[in-house]
Ligand binder design. Structure first.
Ligand code: ZN
Length: 166
């Protein structure tokens, strides 16, 4: 497995902060706290979404929506040069969707390993899908993360989710 570099670029951090705001919006709307953006090669935000699983469909992850939106709206070249920002690293479903539609780099605020460790420390059972890094599912995708300065905020949102769901 290649070593993933942490986030240091202030432009990346600014986009990740928006992802964390979307995650908070999702939590406050009764969904799970995850948010993501798709940004073009010039730094323009093309699409953003947040988790929408409260209705019972647990595939409603923002990274999956991004992949489907990109497939329908962007040329293969534009997809390859776009960057996906996300508050939490892609799950295996979203990593696969990302790779199948030919999207480019991913930048995440917190890793799946961090989330899994936090949830374990709160006494939660593992979820139904294996915890795998993006590159274990999609080996060709350049990945940057995590962003240490956002970890506490993301962990707090996840903690609030646990307190809500009991
Ligand atoms: Zn996912």
């Amino acid at each position: 497995m290649t070593e993933i570099a942490p986030v240091t670029d202030p432009r990346d951090l600014a986009h990740l902060r928006r992802c964390v705001d979307l995650a908070r919006e999702a939590l406050e709307a009764g969904d799970e706290p995850f948010g993501s953006l798709l940004v073009d090669a010039a730094g323009v935000v093309l699409f953003e979404d947040r988790n929408r699983v409260a209705g019972g469909d647990h595939t409603r992850h923002p990274e999956f929506e991004i992949a489907r939106w990109a497939a329908g709206n962007l040329t293969p070249e534009a997809r390859a040069s776009a960057v996906t920002y996300t508050s939490g690293e892609h799950c295996p479903m979203c990593s696969a969707a990302h790779a199948w539609v030919g999207l480019g780099r991913i930048v995440y605020a917190t890793s799946s390993a961090q989330l899994s460790e936090w949830r374990g420390s709160w006494g939660l059972e593992p979820g139904p899908v294996a915890v795998l890094p993006i590159n274990a599912v999609a080996p060709g995708i350049p990945v940057t993360g995590p962003a240490a300065e956002l970890a506490d905020e993301v962990r707090d949102l996840q903690r609030r989710l646990v307190e809500r769901t009991g």
